[in-house]
Design a protein around this ligand. Structure first.
Ligand code: ADE
Length: 225
């Protein structure tokens, strides 16, 4: 998979790809991530990429021309399955979307900033708009990182069996059951007997029951879907 991320502050994006699972996925050659500084595509003075909005109003808007140059340049080199715009008025990101996106070959993620992008970018290039939740961030970069993390860990081969994504919360519309590790007894706080029994079918059943109870308690809406 190849991910191209377009941003006016690419320095916000780099470090999460240099650690842990995303780093390992890149090292294994399972994903390539490329950052594009929108200012490199500016044709204006002082590497300008934003301007006042027509009709008046507070806040600057990212201009269509640099974004067109960047996206059109990328599209001339390969086919992109999806061109995503990070925005609080997009569709709320969830595990189902992450699963689908993890199967794609090439995607572009455009990060908004200031008041957002000129609507013509959204009309003519963007194929999907994603929000990471009902709150407003200073830009799309942190959201883009969340989307990247959620999809990269699902790419086959990124996680080993021991950390399989199949048992993650949300994977079956269920939250994950509780987990324990050694010691079995600490300050009189005991690990549930069943987990020490070695009876794997019963352990599996216990985990399913716990996942269901936990979901019913915390997120009954997930059981309705
Ligand atoms: N940009 C600003 N706020 C955002 C959000 N909630 N989700 C995605 N991108 C954003």
């Amino acid at each position: 998979m190849r991910i191209d991320i377009i941003s006016v502050v690419p320095e916000l994006l780099e470090s999460p790809f240099n650690a842990s699972i995303m780093k390992r996925a890149i090292e294994k050659g399972l994903v390539e991530v490329h950052f594009h500084n929108l200012r490199d595509y500016s044709t204006g003075s002082y590497r300008q990429v934003d301007d006042y909005q027509f009709g008046g109003g507070a806040g600057m808007v990212l201009m269509v021309e640099p974004i067109d140059k960047c996206i059109s340049g990328l599209k001339s080199q390969r086919h992109y399955n999806e061109i995503i715009y990070m925005t609080p008025d997009g569709e709320t990101f969830n595990q189902k979307t992450a699963n689908k996106m993890s199967l794609q070959e090439n995607i572009i993620i455009l990060c908004g900033h200031y008041k957002g992008v000129d609507q013509r970018v959204r009309d003519h290039f963007i194929t999907k708009e994603i929000s990471i939740g009902d709150y407003v961030l200073s830009g799309g970069e942190l959201g883009a990182l969340i989307v990247c993390d959620a999809i990269i860990r699902l790419i086959p081969g990124v996680l080993g069996d021991e950390t399989s994504a199949l048992t993650d919360s949300f994977q079956d519309n269920l939250l994950a059951p509780p987990v324990y590790t050694r010691p079995a007894s600490y300050k009189g706080w005991e690990v549930p007997e069943i987990l020490l029994s070695g009876n794997f079918p019963e352990i599996e059943q216990w985990r399913e029951d716990e996942a269901y109870k936990h979901t019913k308690n915390r997120r009954p809406d997930l059981l309705e879907n």
